[in-house]
Design a binder for this molecule. Structure first.
Ligand code: O2Y
Ligand code: MN
Length: 582
């Protein structure tokens, strides 16, 4: 059942890392129970209250290891040019020479787990097989939630060798010996020195975005940092949307949106297909189809509450692994922004006594929950359809207090590619510590594109030409403020009102006003919001002076890509500059 290619690779790694034991994981429930018991015994997982948080555990990562580490993440393509200015680059031979001694003997005294997994619905043409070798039982248990792990991978692989080789070791957890290296030409990832999230669960950002983006470029598909949702209108018709948002822009909340009473009462429903990553391929009908490669959610805990994301709260009510949140004496977890008051006698994410006046946060700002997507009340019945779902629209959203309207429609695919390429978001304290700094993050892919971003824009343009009925592309901004800094838009479930207009436009309806940056709504369904036509005018205003400044900033930034930036992107920029000047 296990192909010779996989056996040979595991043997090679075993000889290098010298573990005491080797365990081939099968993904079964019995195996999950056994590994969980071992993790509890070794203090890797702390069991939570079996009644209040059934089947759930807390993990505390090393305090120096709490987030993705972009400066230690490398694309080891054959040439530096191929990796582009958006990536750290290391020559493949240098990377192997640097990391091989770190892996040598790294698993002595530990167990080497072989984790076969499928990204994407099993048996789907979208899907890809990976094998992660790791010495972290926490990684194994998270991979079981986040991927289709186990024998399904061997079945899909048959006797082939088309799998991503994902090698991970905790090493000594020192940031000085921490490297996350991607070898796109070898379909290989090497990660050492971190046990956290995207650095260690190699199916997620490393495979499903960095490696997959390069595979997609070569094979004619797209790996995108996008949610996928289904919006069902009162006639029962569903449209599927993809959306790219930089961090701290409410992407998970949008993926699990709860319609406000006024729209729910009229029959509007929202379905979740994916919260973070979309793989897109041209379908036989001339449309672009999408699948979620993941099987679970790895969501940010702080700020998640019954008010901001009721569906997420229901999802994580059981069978969850929490990382770096606070813990009460009653065996329940807590984080800043939770709707409940903190439980009594709490310890913080490092296990130190904590009380509300402590002056420090109980949960790390990047603390997480890992839960099966199947537990989400809004999960679409078709979320694992091997065919994927047909995409009507793509949204590019960011946090922009000024300049960018609530929602606007690009003229066509080329213009939409430009809208995505110019995506920029203002930082929040949670993200960086610095507030209000504008960060460019094209298609929200800057940390995740496995090759030169200018070439990636070129790939977008080529893909548009390959589909006869491409999705329409829209910009959205839930965060516009007035002169006093107050939000103009209520956000959360009310964002469905903007999606209603998006869908009308996809159906060839919906009144629009043409502006220099694209079409904005002439009217929106605002019933029950307390907002009027003047509020809509403020939300959709396009100020030429502000846009002239934006175009100048875009030009500076595009300049960093040199000659590789496609002419079509410069043409769109010239068109915008001309439209907003004078
Ligand atoms: O900090 C990490 O390792 C996780 S980053 C992450 C996790 C889930 C979804 N998205 C992201 C992200 O950075 O975009
Ligand atoms: Mn993400």
């Amino acid at each position: 059942m296990v192909p010779a290619s996989a056996r040979a690779w595991v043997e090679e790694v075993r000889a290098l890392c010298q573990p005491d034991h080797v365990v081939w994981c099968d993904g079964s429930e019995a195996e999950r129970e056994r590994l969980t018991a071992e993790a509890v015994r070794d203090g890797v997982l702390l069991p939570l209250d079996p009644v209040k948080q059934p089947g759930s555990y807390l993990h505390r990562s090393d305090p120096s290891d709490v987030a993705r580490t972009e400066h230690l993440t490398f694309i080891c393509s054959n040439t530096k040019d191929e990796a582009g200015p958006n990536n750290n680059w290391m020559a493949p031979a240098d990377a192997r020479a640097k990391l091989t001694p770190l892996f040598r003997g790294a698993m002595r005294g530990r167990t080497l787990y072989v984790v076969p997994f499928v990204m994407g619905p099993v048996g789907s043409p979208f899907s890809k097989v990976g094998i992660e070798i790791t010495d972290s039982v926490y990684v194994v248990l998270n991979m079981r939630i986040m991927t289709r792990m186990g024998n399904a991978a061997w079945t899909q692989l048959a006797d082939g060798d088309d799998f991503t080789r994902c090698l991970h070791s905790l090493g000594d957890l020192s940031p000085d010996r921490r490297f996350i290296c991607h070898f796109p030409q070898d379909n290989t990832i090497w990660s050492i020195g971190s046990g956290y999230g995207g650095n260690a669960l190699l199916g997620k950002k490393c495979l499903a975005l960095r490696i997959a983006s390069a595979l997609g470029r070569d094979q004619g598909w797209m790996a995108e940092h996008m949610l996928i949702l289904g919006v069902q209108n009162p006639r029962g018709e569903k449209h599927y949307l993809c959306g790219a948002f930089p961090s701290a822009c409410g992407k998970t909340n949008l993926a699990m949106l709860v319609p406000p009473p006024a729209l729910a009462g009229r029959g509007w429903k929202v379905w979740t297909v994916g919260d973070d990553i979309a793989w897109l391929r041209p379908g036989p009908d001339g449309r672009l189809w999408a699948a979620n490669p993941e099987a679970g959610f790895f969501g940010v805990a702080p700020g998640t509450s019954n008010k901001t994301n009721l569906n997420a709260m229901h999802t994580l009510a059981r069978n969850a692994i929490f990382t770096n949140v606070g813990l009460g004496a009653d065996g329940t977890v807590w984080w800043e922004g939770h709707h409940s008051p903190p439980p009594a006698d709490m310890v913080d994410w490092r296990g130190r006594p904590w009380s509300p006046g402590a002056g420090e946060k109980a949960a790390h700002p990047n603390s997480r929950f890992t839960v099966p997507a199947s537990q989400c009340p809004s999960i679409a019945p078709e979320w694992e359809d091997p065919a994927g779902v047909p995409i009507s629209a793509i949204l590019f959203g960011a946090r922009r207090p000024r300049t960018v309207p609530l929602v606007f429609e690009a003229r066509d695919w080329q213009h939409g590619t430009f809208v995505g390429a110019t995506l920029a978001s203002e930082t929040t304290a949670a993200a960086t510590g610095a507030v209000g700094v504008l960060r460019r993050d094209p298609m929200a892919m800057l940390p995740f594109c496995g090759y030169d971003m200018a070439d990636y824009f070129g790939h977008w343009l080529r893909m548009g030409a390959r589909v006869a009925r491409p999705p329409r592309i829209f910009g959205v901004n839930w965060f516009r403020t007035d002169a006093a800094g107050r939000f103009l838009w209520p956000g959360y479930g009310e964002n469905l009102r903007a999606l209603e207009w998006v869908i009308e436009r996809c159906e060839g309806r919906g009144d629009a006003v043409s502006t220099p940056i694209g079409n904005v709504p002439a009217s929106l369904d605002l019933e029950g919001t307390g907002l009027d036509a003047a509020a809509l005018a403020a939300l959709t205003a396009v100020d030429r002076e502000e846009w002239a400044k934006e175009a100048a900033a875009q030009a500076d930034w595009f300049g960093t890509f040199g000659d590789r930036l496609p002419e079509a992107v410069w043409a769109e920029h010239a068109r915008l500059s001309a439209a907003v000047s004078g």
